[in-house]
Design a protein around this ligand. Structure first.
Ligand code: PLP
Length: 348
């Protein structure tokens, strides 16, 4: 089975680079923040085209603190998307503000609102020639091990152009301390571990090559869709995707997943339910049918292995499976993926 992710191979290849820096952290005992984290903050902020980077213990914490730096709290509304990982909405709720699921870019420009990018799956992606994360007031990244840039455990970062936000973020992640034991506001223990700074600084040097590899694999897969049963995602001319996942849409997703499995390709679903239909988030007050595009995407998307550790043979095998399944060459007629009525009663 071609694995959906393969960090064992990635780490085996980086062994000579990783072992010495991990030993430096262990025996230098800089476990929370420290030199390795600072070096990585600078390297990653400049990679994003941002002025400051504030390393924290997860992507969720990066989002939470960026919202606090924007002075979001009870009584505020934060506009976001329903088709995302649940952390995007949870971080808003942590501040006491109300998540509102609506169109947003145009609105924020018109009303001069702060924009916080959830770039947790988009390290190195570009929007109109700019690296994502540096477009709004702050950009938030996750370094969960399976993301494009992954830590040896949990880590995250908020990058920003705003010096006053950077200062506030540094304070908030470290118990609201302006200096040691001078606590000037309520804060959190959201510090990035030293070992994560060291590991991420090594891996950052490989990120562009890894993303190029993901893009090459994705181009190959796009070209392999030769029939009507799989639909590639549209990439706009101004977008440069980082392919954290490679997703296709399929009308009959269960069947398509079975076929991929039969052909030795592991698949995943990101994500099977939009946030407003999750049991935990019914209190947002939305119902099925409120966000038809997000709901349909959640029913149709399938993610295929696209990671840079795939061998040439494995990429060829995934591409062959895509061709076969998209054309339904060996299993007769199938309903077209575009027919949505078929799924009217198939709520997640
Ligand atoms: C992974 C992810 C997060 C959360 O990051 P963690 O590091 O797991 O806390 C937030 N938003 C999106 C879109 C993600 O993919």
């Amino acid at each position: 089975m071609i694995p959906f992710a393969d960090l064992v191979t990635q780490h085996a290849r980086l062994r000579a680079e990783l072992e010495p820096v991990i030993a430096e952290v262990m025996f230098g005992c800089e476990f929370a923040l420290g030199r390795h984290v600072e070096e990585f903050e600078q390297a990653f902020a400049s990679y994003c085209g941002a002025s400051f980077g504030v390393g924290v213990n997860s992507g969720t914490s990066a989002l939470h603190l960026a919202l606090l730096a924007a002075d979001i709290g009870p009584g505020d509304e934060v506009i976001t998307t329903a088709f995302t990982f649940v952390a995007t909405v949870a971080a808003i709720a942590y501040t006491g503000a109300k998540p509102v699921l609506d169109p947003l870019l145009e609105l924020s420009a018109r009303h001069g609102l702060a924009v916080i990018e959830d770039a947790a799956q988009a390290h190195g992606a570009e929007y109109k020639g700019r690296r994502v994360g540096s477009i709004g007031d702050a950009g938030c990244f996750s370094f969960y091990p399976s993301k494009n840039l992954g830590a040896a455990g949990e880590a995250g970062m908020t990058v920003t152009h705003r010096p006053e936000w950077a200062e506030r973020l540094r304070r908030l992640r470290n118990w609201g301390q302006a200096e040691r034991y001078r606590h000037v506001e309520h804060g959190f223990n959201y510090r990035m571990a030293g070992i994560q700074g060291a590991v991420l600084d090594v891996k950052l040097r490989h990120l562009d090559a890894w993303n190029d590899c993901r893009r090459t694999n994705a181009t190959r897969y796009d070209a392999a869709i030769i029939g009507p049963l799989l639909h590639p995602l549209v990439t706009r001319p101004w977008a440069r995707h980082a392919y954290s996942i490679y997703a296709v849409r399929a009308g009959d997703r269960d069947l398509v997943q079975d076929e991929f499995r039969r052909l030795g390709v592991e698949t995943r679903i990101h994500y099977p339910s939009p946030v407003h239909l999750l049991d935990a988030w019914t209190d947002l007050g939305y119902r099925a049918g409120d966000f038809p595009h997000a709901e349909r995407a959640a029913r149709e998307v399938v993610s295929l292995p696209v990671h840079p550790e795939l061998s040439a043979d494995q990429v060829a095998q995934v591409a062959a499976a895509i061709s076969k399944i998209s054309a339904a060459a060996d299993h007769g007629a199938r309903p077209t993926a575009a027919s949505s009525t078929r799924f009217a009663n198939n709520r997640p």
